[in-house]
Design a binder for this molecule. Structure first.
Ligand code: ZN
Length: 206
């Protein structure tokens, strides 16, 4: 991809001065135009770089050199000191996009938590729990029975290194659950909720 970036400039509103034009002789006709240089990415201004001044006659449109007779005074600098907000447009857009992304991911996380909670409150035989045993050991367990407050589960025979591989494990080896006491356990709803809070129970597929 070609990336267009660089420096562009844009003139701001001029300030009238008391200087006379050396070209046409018109009195008090010189205006000072502040010109902002800014960094752009694909022509979107990202941040301001520096400001320069152009002296221009409002009568004959001639550009006049800045001289000792026609200095950029403190007063002119004060009147043109405001930093135009649009020079930050790109940064503002980036900040908005990042903010939007954060909100999206928080919303997704909250709705995922709500989903887990609802399924734990009302467990069903056949629910498949995605669990994290430690930082690089993930597996599945499925609900085999619900008795009172206890949810009986059976662990999958295999582990994967990443939580994101669990759906694949479920898809490819969906029936390879371990048999025997070593693979069986039971939890109360409260324990499962705690696991969800600690992010050791990641998701429940129903
Ligand atoms: Zn002039």
């Amino acid at each position: 991809m070609v990336i267009f970036y660089g420096i562009r400039s844009k003139a701001q509103r001029s300030v009238q001065t008391t200087y006379n034009c050396p070209h046409c002789g018109k009195e008090r006709s010189i205006a000072v135009v502040p010109v902002w240089k800014y960094a752009h990415l694909f022509w979107v201004p990202f941040f301001p770089l520096w400001k320069s001044y152009v002296c221009l006659c409002t009568e004959c449109d001639e550009v006049v050199e800045k001289t000792i007779d026609m200095p950029i005074t403190k007063e002119i600098k004060r009147q043109t000191s405001r930093l135009p907000w649009w020079t930050f447009s790109g940064l503002i857009i980036v900040a908005l996009l990042v903010g939007w992304g954060v909100i999206q991911s928080k919303t997704r996380e909250l709705s995922a938590q709500r989903d887990i909670k609802a399924k734990i409150e009302n467990p069903q035989v056949g629910d498949v729990y995605q669990v994290r045993l430690d930082s690089c050991k993930y597996t599945l367990m499925r609900a085999t029975a619900v008795r009172g407050d206890s949810i009986f589960v059976q662990f999958h025979e295999y582990y994967v290194d990443k939580g994101s591989d669990l759906p694949k494990l479920k898809r490819k080896r969906g029936s390879d659950y371990g048999t025997g006491k070593d693979f069986e356990d039971f939890y109360t709803r409260e324990e499962l909720l705690e696991m969800a809070g600690e992010r050791t129970l990641l998701k429940i597929d129903r």
